[in-house]
Ligand binder design. Structure first.
Ligand SMILES: [Mg+2]
Length: 175
């Protein structure tokens, strides 16, 4: 039987934080060192009075359309798609304007996937795949399958989950 796998988008295959940091630099002239982001989300790293600004970026139509793809994600997902029933699962409803952008982005970079494999949703507690890859442990709360935490600067201090460091590492563990 083919196992099923749910793969997150933001900070797992897509890089919204790189873009948010660029926009933040454009607006405030400040960059962040790896030390400043260590153990924090980007929103946690900016001064409290700028937190709404980050939300505003993410709610800007088009923001999610031209994000960078994480290295090796295209190649590895293509192979995972042969071996598993693969679904892209994103809690995209948090940013309603992102829905069309995310759909178009997926079609552009992962043309071997079909629309039936795109799950742009709200709460991920509905996910019942055998395997799940996500950078946020809150998405594993009700998950009964095998969870892999996708490594990111914001989750470095979290323990108790098997990690995937990058897509090359995912290939070693899952292919
Ligand atoms: Mg994510």
């Amino acid at each position: 039987m083919q196992l099923s796998i749910a793969i997150d988008m933001d900070e797992t295959i897509a890089d919204p934080i790189k873009k948010a940091r660029e926009w933040y630099y454009r607006d405030y002239g400040k960059t962040f060192t790896p030390e400043e982001l260590h153990g924090k989300t980007f929103t946690e790293a900016v001064p409290p009075e700028h937190k709404d600004k980050i939300k505003e970026y993410l709610n800007t139509p088009g923001f999610f359309r031209d994000l960078d793809v994480f290295p090796d994600a295209k190649e590895v997902l293509k192979e995972l798609n042969q071996k598993y029933k693969l679904y892209i699962v994103s809690a995209a409803m948090e940013f309603p304007d992102s829905l069309r952008d995310k759909y178009d982005w997926l079609q552009e970079h992962f043309p071997f996937l079909t629309w039936k494999q795109f799950c742009l949703c709200g709460d991920k507690s509905i996910v019942q795949t055998d395997i799940m890859i996500d950078d946020l442990i809150r998405n594993f709360t009700f998950f009964k399958g095998k969870a892999y935490l996708y490594h990111g600067h914001h989750n470095v201090h979290i323990e108790g989950y098997e990690r995937i460091l990058n897509w090359e590492d995912a290939a070693k563990k899952l292919l």
